[in-house]
Design a protein around this ligand. Structure first.
Ligand code: URP
Ligand code: ZN
Ligand code: ZN
Length: 471
């Protein structure tokens, strides 16, 4: 059935204007005023912004990690995402050394296929490079539609890959049109500092942060950026937290290297002191890289504003406090790393960014949707409101005030990292391909309605197309 959205203010990464949007067969069919829409269902967006659905390029649903499995899977995770205004996620498919890559991809399809309520794609983790892996990768790109690879420079003896693997992945990606993502921390030194802290009897959650200082993130970011320049390849640095890492990305970009940076809401509004909360509550804030000293927040906000960082991911990776985070009582290194973020990504950036004048409304759309869609081969199907694009649309009330809480969130996890935070602005209704997933703040979609997205290759002209207005 046709739908028409009336009375809203359409916001894309480049424009803000009043218009009606006619939706037909899941796509945006027309944008204009006084549209002919006989028989169309009318949706009133009075007083609201109409945004393209959020694209979150960084989630971990149903992922085994830290001796347990993330609490939120593709059902509860994508429901939380939808309530927060995200209509596409790209999740990390883990691989095991020596096991065919297609088996890992099949496992991720089994986790997601009957559960997701929004659209989704996968990144593929690369833990080792050898002739056998290299022979499988073209098929991953060309047939599976997985056009981004993730290399972990940390989590020694678990996920960490060596520099040869990173360099050869970058070289392969250059030749075959993929984007390499890195978790940039120096895992070897962290491993040593962790063992030393524990041997000295320092077992509390705060030592998670103290054994992962920002120099080790800066060093790994700089190393990855330099290897990218050497390979003349392309790199996306996930979850950038601190000044040291921002400097490395900015320097690489000044040299003309294709290096992109993502930060996440938690690093913009929370700080290292949260890990010192009493009664082991600091464990709720244990993720990697860790929360930093508060002064880094201004550096990150400025980097978003001036384009040194280009996207906002969530790094959703939730573990219950009870029974999961508690695995690390008496040994911080056993606290599963990660937090529940996906649902609050847009609200926090809107409230703390747009409402407080740190970024513009167009930048909000660019950071939460458009840039990730471009980088990860989804634009213009996703990431914008344009004729022919998927009708992935968020009707967003910019004035409603609420307090974030685990009592009202839609994730399965038992706590919220932003508990008690007041935010202004909230999605009211969210559509994927023209169908409501959330309507008037109620879930209406069934699990399994989300579709897997085969993504296009890394495409420099698309990525570099300018959509930010000149400030
Ligand atoms: O602590 C985190 N960030 N957990 C998820 C895995 C990763 O490093 O992205
Ligand atoms: Zn990571
Ligand atoms: Zn992550």
């Amino acid at each position: 059935m046709k739908k028409i959205i009336k009375n809203g203010t359409v916001v894309t990464a480049s424009d803000i204007y009043q218009a009606e949007i006619l939706i037909e067969d899941g796509k945006v069919a027309q944008i204009g005023t006084n549209l002919e829409a006989l028989g169309a269902e009318v949706i009133d967006a009075k007083g609201c912004y109409v945004f393209p659905g959020g694209v979150d390029p960084h989630t971990h649903f149903d992922m085994p990690f830290g001796g347990t499995v993330t609490k939120d899977d593709f059902e509860t995770g994508t429901i939380g995402a939808a309530f927060g205004g995200t209509t596409t996620v790209i999740d990390f498919c883990l691989t095991d050394k020596g096991i065919p890559l297609k088996n890992a991809i099949q496992t991720w399809h089994e986790k997601s296929g009957e559960k997701a309520v929004i659209d989704y794609g996968f990144h593929l983790m690369i833990g080792e490079i050898n002739d056998d892996v290299l022979a499988q990768l073209p098929q991953v790109i060309n047939e599976e539609g997985i056009t981004s690879f993730k290399v972990f420079m940390a989590y020694k003896n678990v996920l960490q890959a060596d520099d040869e693997t990173l360099y050869r992945t970058l070289a392969f990606a250059k030749e075959h049109g993929a984007l390499v993502m890195v978790h940039a921390e120096n895992g070897d030194v962290i491993d040593y500092l962790t063992k030393k802290a524990l041997a000295d009897g320092n077992t509390d959650p705060i030592y998670h942060a103290l054994t992962r200082p920002q120099e080790l993130e800066g060093e790994a970011t700089g190393r990855a950026a330099k290897l990218t320049g050497l390979a003349n390849s392309q790199l996306y640095v996930v979850h950038v937290t601190c000044a040291d890492a921002v400097e490395q990305i900015a320097e690489a970009r000044k040299k003309g290297f294709n290096v992109w940076g993502e930060t996440c809401p938690q690093y913009l509004v929370l700080d290292q002191s949260y890990l010192e909360k009493p009664n082991f509550e600091g464990a709720k804030y244990v993720w990697s890289p860790p929360l930093r000293e508060k002064w880094n927040q201004d550096v990150l906000w400025n980097a978003l504003k001036n384009g040194e960082l280009q996207t906002l991911g969530s790094d959703q990776c939730s573990f219950d406090f009870k029974g999961q985070k508690e695995l690390g009582r008496g040994d911080f290194s056993k606290i599963p790393n990660g937090g529940p973020i996906v649902e609050d990504r847009l609200s926090i950036l809107f409230s703390e960014g747009v409402k407080k004048g740190r970024i513009s409304l167009n930048q909000f759309v660019e950071l939460t949707s458009t840039r990730a869609a471009k980088l990860f081969g989804l634009f213009p199907k996703k990431g914008t409101i344009a004729v022919g694009a998927d009708a992935d649309i968020v009707i967003f009330d910019p004035n409603v005030e609420r307090v974030i809480s685990a009592e009202s969130h839609h994730l399965a996890v038992d706590y919220n990292a932003f508990e008690g935070m007041k935010v202004i602005g909230e999605p009211v209704s969210v559509m994927v391909r023209g169908e409501f997933v959330v309507r008037d703040k109620q879930l209406v979609a069934k699990p399994g309605t989300g579709q897997f997205l085969k993504r296009a290759k890394y495409n420099t002209p698309v990525i570099q197309s300018e959509s930010l207005p000149i400030n």
